[in-house]
Design a protein around this ligand. Structure first.
Ligand SMILES: *Cc1c(COP(=O)(O)O)cnc(C)c1O
Length: 272
């Protein structure tokens, strides 16, 4: 039987398990786990970004990014179906004390004009707009992906208005394959990127937050506050290294065979 509910129900292959069994580990809270360090720098280098932070979940990488990019009372802009808004337990309010300007996008995708119109004026009555978050592929959009030129236009608006740009890239590799794009293009345009290893890439657990060195230093402190500092996490990181090296190409095999339930989560099947 093949379980089509979600790409999150996969179990590690024998090869991935072997890498986990034989991983070199240490205490990652001390920064001493060689496998975690290797995963973080491998993921960062794939996107041409300076540093990475291994976390237990994509919810945590997104929430840490939001916390690090904002001040309480700020407002962020995202599509109305965004995972960060719909499926992270109200974490934007709870963790960061921020409000959200929701945009009525096209299957989870928003435009530069919509972002521009959603930015608050410099007025004491209004929350300060400080962050834009995009999702690619868009989970509730049924796996829709952006055209890169649309992201470039959004980036222009962000630069003109001093806004940071975060990517919830839980399934960014599905988008890269679908659109024939490169990870480096994304690293050049986004301030921070969250990638999930436990979705299409098939690891049991884990996500990585990517960004500049000083940002990741700040993020590491927030991860500890959130309770996400793990000790011998290298057993999990080893699965992530295996996945980044072996499972990205396999996404196109799934797509071509039409075996992939779609780059989407089980949410799509449960909530309609
Ligand atoms: C799954 C997912 C996440 C993170 O989910 P976790 O279950 O916390 O790892 C974030 N964004 C999107 C779009 C997702 O599909």
């Amino acid at each position: 039987m093949i379980d089509f509910r979600s790409d999150t129900v996969t179990k590690p292959s024998p090869q991935m398990l072997e890498c986990m069994f034989t991983a070199k580990v240490g205490d990652d809270v001390f920064g001493e786990d060689p496998s975690v360090n290797e995963l973080e720098s491998l993921a960062a280098s794939m996107f041409g970004l300076e540093a990475g932070l291994f976390c237990p979940s994509g919810t945590m990488t997104n929430q840490i990014a939001i916390k690090a990019h904002t001040q309480p009372g700020d407002e962020l802009i995202c599509d109305k179906m965004s995972h960060i808004y719909q499926y992270e337990g109200g974490g934007i309010a709870f963790n960061s004390g921020c409000s959200v300007k929701l945009i009525d996008g096209d299957r989870g995708r928003i435009t530069a004009d919509q972002v521009k119109a959603a930015i608050n004026p410099d007025d004491v009555h209004k929350p300060n707009t400080s962050l834009v978050s995009l999702e690619n592929t868009a989970n509730r959009g049924g796996g829709s992906c952006y055209n890169f030129t649309d992201i470039q236009e959004i980036k222009e608006v962000c630069l003109q208005n001093n806004l940071k740009l975060h990517l919830d890239g839980a399934r960014i590799f599905n988008a890269l394959i679908a659109k024939n794009e490169t990870a480096k293009q994304y690293g050049e345009i986004f301030d921070t990127i969250s990638i999930c290893l436990s979705k299409g890439l098939g690891t049991p657990v884990g996500s990585v937050l990517l960004g500049p060195k000083d940002f990741i230093k700040k993020a590491r402190r927030i991860r500890k506050v959130f309770g996400g500092g793990m000790r011998q996490a290298g057993f999990m990181a080893a699965a992530g290294i295996y996945a980044l090296q072996n499972n990205i190409d396999r996404l196109s095999i799934e797509r071509d065979r039409d075996l992939n339930p779609g780059p989407q989560g089980y949410e799509d099947f449960l909530i309609k």
